[in-house]
Design a protein around this ligand. Structure first.
Ligand code: BG6
Length: 505
């Protein structure tokens, strides 16, 4: 992993899907932030490619409008002008339009010549996954994909990367027929989050945590990714995907692997990813018994979120009234290796939950009570480390302390590190780091083909089991912490989820 001081070489970013939501909300603001902080080279341009037929000026004006809406307050005029001058556009149908890729080639040639940019291109595929291989194929067929004469060509693919193990394998195989693995950047925006990257620094940049980060001291790990949002206007995609596909093999498994991996010998992309891949390979496959005992799925009903009445999933736009799609999933994972044998990793994610809250809790074993026998202390609580990823980024250590007074009483106190308090507010979409890494050719924070496939390998049998069985979905009211069955998953093991309001106990 480079340290963000690598020099970004002159290049052109081509965004396929330039008039879509991701470009508006994330990509343009991220590019703006990079430009403002001086990370982009002077010789840089962006070519938007979209279905709409727009003139260059129309695209530039729309882009500036989106920046005003999504890039935060107090935009810097100089940066806006800098970007405005570097935006280009070409429109057409990605699948059908034969002219489109010829036009793109002509535009790239022309602007590179005019601006003195060497032909280094990176393509951002902000597209539905069924177009990934088609569009990449056309880029290559038009002579814009091969790395020749010292020029680099990189391709960023958005998630979802496949729909199950079979489709992910096929997609990887199709792409590898036309591209080299080193040209492929499979993005997972969770790896762009500061606190997620900080897991590695916390574990391996400090001497005091790693010695206790194993089965001798850790009781269990719990990872929660709770959202208050519902399915919004994404019903068409979400109703065929569901919470498991949407969140688990990608975002949640990134959190699992960073928490559980062995120290890599260096921060080189392949060494970090080798260690992550080993964790995924060590996840014990689900079987007939564990489908029943270690997997919970739920769907939100109506309820109240943030003080507002909200509708049930089944009545959301573009969702079938009979939908059996899960909007919540909880799993108990076993990582069968030397470090983590018998330490369960409980994970859960859901929409329309009580709070937006993403955290990793590492719960330590209880110390022996022996010293407190004969004192008023009734029981000892276990220590835990709470790595909170959003909305408040930081790390909290919870431990016991003596309550002042003549008798021996223990209370729980915490030591808190908060990113914003310490480092100040950073304007970040989470995509800045990832785009910059792609420009500088650092793939550490991107998924490799084997990691994507290993993720699907774990979840595909669950999907198949759900498909084949008549299991009823459990329901949970919007605004809750998910179905009761998810609480029971931990209660059976004598544990409980640490929801934010419980954290102090
Ligand atoms: C996306 C999922 O990848 O991640 C969405 O498709 C989800 O369904 C989103 O809402 C969550 O991202 P974040 O950064 O808000 O936690």
């Amino acid at each position: 992993m480079k340290q963000n001081n690598s020099k970004a070489e002159p290049c052109v970013m081509v965004i396929f899907g330039a008039t879509g939501d991701l470009t508006k909300r994330k990509l343009l603001p991220a590019i703006y932030n990079l430009a403002k902080d001086g990370y982009l080279p002077e010789k840089f341009a962006i070519v938007g490619v979209g279905r709409q037929e727009l003139e260059r000026d129309e695209f530039r004006n729309e882009a500036l409008g989106h920046l005003k809406e999504f890039a935060g307050k107090g935009l810097d005029k100089k940066t806006l002008n800098w970007l405005h001058d570097r935006l280009y556009y070409t429109g057409g149908d990605f699948g059908e339009d034969k002219q489109l890729f010829g036009d793109l080639k002509a535009l790239l040639n022309e602007l590179c010549e005019k601006r003195g940019i060497p032909e280094n291109y990176f393509y951002y595929m902000a597209l539905p996954p069924d177009l990934f291989a088609v569009v990449a194929g056309k880029v290559v067929d038009n002579g814009l994909g091969r790395e020749e004469q010292g020029h680099w060509r990189r391709f960023i693919f958005e998630k979802p990367f496949g729909h199950d193990l079979r489709s992910a394998k096929k997609l990887n195989a199709d792409l590898l027929k036309i591209l080299k693995e080193r040209q492929i950047y499979r993005i997972d925006h969770y790896l762009g989050k500061e606190t997620v990257q900080n897991i590695l620094v916390f574990r391996f940049g400090n001497g005091m945590f790693e010695p206790i980060w194993n089965r001798n001291y850790v009781d269990h790990v719990q990872i929660t990714v709770a959202e208050t949002l519902g399915v919004e206007l994404r019903g068409k995609y979400y109703d065929t995907a569901g919470a498991l596909r949407d969140m688990v093999p990608n975002h949640i498994f990134q959190l699992v692997t960073l928490t559980a991996m062995e120290p890599p010998v260096s921060f080189n992309a392949d060494e970090v990813r080798d260690e992550q891949a080993k964790v995924l390979e060590a996840i014990k496959p689900f079987d007939k018994k564990s489908f029943e005992s270690d997997v919970v799925r739920g769907q939100y009903g109506k309820g109240v979120v943030d003080g507002k009445d909200v509708a049930a999933y089944k009545t959301e736009p573009d969702v079938s009234n009979f939908s059996k799609t899960e909007t919540f999933v909880a799993l108990k994972l076993s990582i069968d290796n030397w470090r983590w044998a018998d330490v369960p990793f409980y994970i859960r994610t859901g929409k329309r939950m009580a709070e937006k809250h993403t955290s990793i809790i590492v719960q330590f074993k209880q110390p022996p009570f022996v010293m407190f026998r004969g004192t008023p202390v009734e029981r000892l609580r276990s220590n835990y480390i709470d790595i909170h990823i959003q909305p408040d980024e930081g790390i909290t250590l919870h431990f016991g302390a003596k309550i002042p007074g003549p008798v021996m009483k223990l209370g729980v106190v915490d030591m808190d590190f908060n990113y914003v308090e310490h480092f100040g507010e950073q304007m970040s979409t989470g995509y800045e780091r990832l785009l910059f890494d792609c420009i500088t050719g650092d793939a550490t924070l991107f998924q490799r083909a084997d990691m994507v496939e290993a993720g699907w390998e774990t979840v595909s049998p669950i999907l198949k089991h759900w498909n084949d069985s008549s299991d009823n979905l459990t329901r949970y009211p919007s605004g809750s912490w998910g179905p009761k069955a998810a609480d029971e998953l931990l209660e059976r093991d004598g544990r409980r989820w640490r929801n934010p309001q419980h954290n102090q106990k």
